[in-house]
Design a protein around this ligand. Sequence first.
Ligand SMILES: Cc1cc2nc3c(=O)[nH]c(=O)nc-3n(C[C@H](O)[C@H](O)[C@H](O)COP(=O)(O)OP(=O)(O)OC[C@H]3O[C@@H](n4cnc5c(N)ncnc54)[C@H](O)[C@@H]3O)c2cc1C
Length: 426
Amino acid sequence: MPSQPLQHGRDAAYVVIGDGIAGSSAAAELAERTTDASITVVTAESEPLYNRILIKEFAKGNLDADVVRMHDRSWYDDRDIDLRLDTRVETVDTTAQVIETAAGESIAYDELLIATGSTPRSLPVENADADGVTTFWTINDAARIRENAAAAERGVIVGGGLLGIDYAAIAAAQDVDAHYLIREDHWFSGALSETGAEIVHEALRERGVTPVVETEVERFETDDGHVSAAVASDGRRYEADCAGVAIGTTPNTGLLEETPIAIEDGVVVDETLQTAVPSIWAAGDVARYDDRRLGEHVSNGSWGSAAAQGELAARNMLAAPEARAPFEYVPSYSVSHFEFPLASFGHPRLGDSYQERQYGDREWRRLAFRDGQLVGGVLIGNREPLQAYKQLTASGRRVQHQVQQLLAPSFDGMVPTNSSSPLASD
Ligand SMILES: Cc1cc2nc3c(=O)[nH]c(=O)nc-3n(C[C@H](O)[C@H](O)[C@H](O)COP(=O)(O)OP(=O)(O)OC[C@H]3O[C@@H](n4cnc5c(N)ncnc54)[C@H](O)[C@@H]3O)c2cc1C
């Protein structure tokens, strides 16, 4: 039951577009906090919420598809949530407060949450649509990747980010001899230095995946419609029975094209996750929210953040304007493909300066600072200080001058408070 005044009458209509973790978390929160409201969740996918961050383990062959499923029909029925599967929303009419589906149905809303996530980009090169070339976002993609990798001897992976490393780990798990083509001079560039990335490159080589840096794919070659090789811009040819493309994602904002809602690499929302158009909110990967600590709009692209945004957007929809809370969560993202852990937190690429330290062959850390505040970082080999770093990031304190303590091997969050200034007094 709500603990604060409701924005609407008890029978308001809440519509959520997207049944990923952001949309589903919002629907759960709305159901928990209302009694007679109508709650509708509309999704283009044919399955209710599943665990997107586990589908890589399914693609590796380590898990069955059933294990990654999170909600079944009864979860929605029990909460009186009207779930519409296989229903793509084409347009939103913000004046009439109605969404239109591809099948021509209109659904009216009092409050609307856009939780449509993002779609991986395809490579704009010849034969990028050949059999055996995939991008990776859905459980159906994971099934195709699993099947391709199981039948392949050689493979190519394109794209030096966090989804690329998932492809690399799938290739390793499925005994595919793979080349990993990275445009930059090392993996996860911007967040890692070459020193940190080399720990990951070495672990990949040990698993039969060869990183090839500063290279771009110019075209794929095919044999009877199926990919047979990737040809790089320097002319080198990499034979491949399968290819994984992970060159970034585009937020799913097409349905808002005809609306006055601001779109800038995502749906622009304020710190409470509301757009400038009344009664329309956004959460999850599609949301570009006002991060008060950074003083700019950012998106997060992580599971925990999408869940937290969905819940907060729902609470703020229900709250009176003066009672709405800002989004202040510090995201983190863990990679568990190697015998050593790797975790990034906050915004590891958004610093104005960076400090790093190596502790051993496979232990390394890098912290990103902006205006003296910790804004993000990456930990390899030891994730014990992760929570302490996240708390320090959340605090907004200026701590860069204490970097020796921050990078101490057993940093536990204890930095003196007297020599740092809180963000609020700036
Ligand atoms: C392979 C993989 C591994 C990942 N690993 C990690 C990890 O280890 N850690 C981590 O923190 N994050 C990870 N992520 C990222 C994480 O999964 C996402 O940040 C998170 O799932 C985003 O949730 P979301 O609800 O915002 O969007 P999504 O999960 O993308 O859900 C959006 C939903 O909206 C639907 N939709 C879109 N447009 C429409 C429309 N017009 N009409 C109706 N429905 C629509 C989509 O079909 C989709 O179901 C990974 C992602 C992938 C793909």
